[in-house]
Design a protein around this ligand. Structure first.
Ligand code: ADP
Ligand code: MG
Length: 386
């Protein structure tokens, strides 16, 4: 577990840069269900985490941005008016946000920035979106620009798509901007309408970090996106007016299965059934039918494993161990896959013992020490309140 304390950020900032910073906070997220549906204009059900990325910032008199990451103990700087291109490191997320804000017409100021995250990086809890949103919000705040949260989410998504080269959907940036304390959000990734779905106090969301990252993640992710685009192109020969897999029903996909090569069919089947599961999951959450919600989460994992092929041995093992623990309604991988975290819905009374049961069993089987914690959904981006 991270031992970095965001409360230290102002004094760390003073030591490195001098001056008094403003500090902003943008959360990571856990997605309860609706995986790989966002870039298909479908439905997702994420909750903002109490873990977050903090950005301390103070304006400079020139047009230079200097950034230090406490997590990585690494620095870089760039001038706002010089052209930027991808470097393939963490600076891309921040330079990408500055570039996209500039393209959207915002006049930014030079700044010293220090970032510190309590999120694990590359674990499917969206440290990348939290970094983008925290820095974007901080840059706009010191430039006295009014922050439109939906526009900020879109700008940060463009930074990740076009600058970092990861063709993610809008979910991560949206929930980091719009998180609601104590709730998950049902987000329609086409209309960008959202609705809060409160998490009942009788259940807990427990996150299990497998502590593995398989480096396939971003190339395989972009390949899945292309597979979905292929499915839409083939299906649109027979189904009029479809723009995304969001527009295809389970019955339509069954009817037109012969149009698709087997692998493309499996990809589409995951997305189409996952959209249906996500809508059903919101009803289950609202009616406190946790057995049904757990069943849908389990089905989501099976679909991601067998049809979308984005799981791995460690995720499958963690899911199996979690499902065997007392009081567990359901467990699935969360985030893009190929490592990272499992999200589990656990009865509140059993949640305290969950880690004692699942942690040692996972260590026995893998030799790895997992990080297991209960998450209490928090608010979206804003000034840090220490
Ligand atoms: P995830 O979003 O699931 O955590 P990603 O691979 O999309 O995984 O994003 C993780 C990357 O984001 C890191 O490898 C790093 O480049 C960047 N990043 C996130 N947080 C920080 C931070 N606090 N300092 C520096 N880089 C960070
Ligand atoms: Mg990410």
């Amino acid at each position: 577990m991270q031992t970095l304390d965001p409360k230290d950020l102002p004094s760390l900032f003073r030591q490195r840069f001098g001056g008094e910073p403003l500090v902003f906070r943008a959360p990571g997220r856990v997605n309860l269900i609706g995986e790989h549906t966002d870039y298909n204009e479908g439905f997702v059900l994420p909750a903002a985490l109490d873990l977050a990325t903090y950005a301390a910032i103070a304006p400079r008199h020139d047009r230079v941005i200097r950034v230090h990451s406490v997590n990585l103990n690494s620095d870089f700087s760039f001038a706002l008016d010089e052209g930027q291109s991808r470097r393939g490191d963490w600076s891309d997320y921040i330079r990408g946000v500055a570039v996209e804000l500039g393209k959207s017409g915002y006049r930014l100021l030079g700044a010293d920035i220090m970032v510190l995250s309590t999120l694990p990086m590359g674990s499917g809890l969206s440290a990348s979106a939290a970094l983008e949103v925290a820095v974007g919000y901080a840059l706009l705040s010191i430039a006295s620009e009014k922050v439109d949260l939906l526009e900020l989410a879109k700008i940060c998504q463009r930074a990740e798509n076009d600058f970092v080269g990861m063709r993610c959907g809008i979910m991560d940036q949206f929930i980091s901007c719009h998180g609601v304390e104590g709730s998950a959000l049902l987000l329609d990734c086409r209309s960008l309408e959202s609705k809060a779905a409160p998490i009942d106090p009788s259940v807990r969301i427990v996150i299990c970090n497998t502590m593995v990252h398989h480096h396939l993640a971003s190339s395989e992710f972009n390949q899945r996106r292309r597979d979905c685009e292929t499915a839409v192109a083939l299906l649109s020969q027979r189904i009029e007016g479809i723009k995304a897999l969001r527009d295809v029903s389970v019955a339509q996909l069954e009817r037109h299965a012969a149009l698709l090569p087997p692998l493309i069919f499996k990809r589409a089947w995951h997305v189409v059934t996952e959209n249906a599961r996500t809508l059903a999951a919101v009803s289950a959450l609202e009616s406190r039918n946790f057995a049904e919600l757990g069943r849908l989460m389990n089905a989501s994992h099976e679909s991601l494993r067998d049809d979308y092929n984005v799981s791995c041995t460690e995720l499958d093992l963690m899911v199996e161990l979690a499902r065997g623990a007392p009081g567990v309604y359901g467990a699935r991988l969360t985030g893009g896959g190929f490592g990272g975290c499992v999200v589990t819905l656990v009865d509140a009374e059993e949640a305290a013992h969950f880690a004692e049961i699942v942690g040692p069993a996972y260590t026995n089987a893998t030799g790895l020490s997992p990080v297991i914690f209960t998450c209490f959904p928090g608010p979206g981006v804003g000034p840090a309140l220490f």
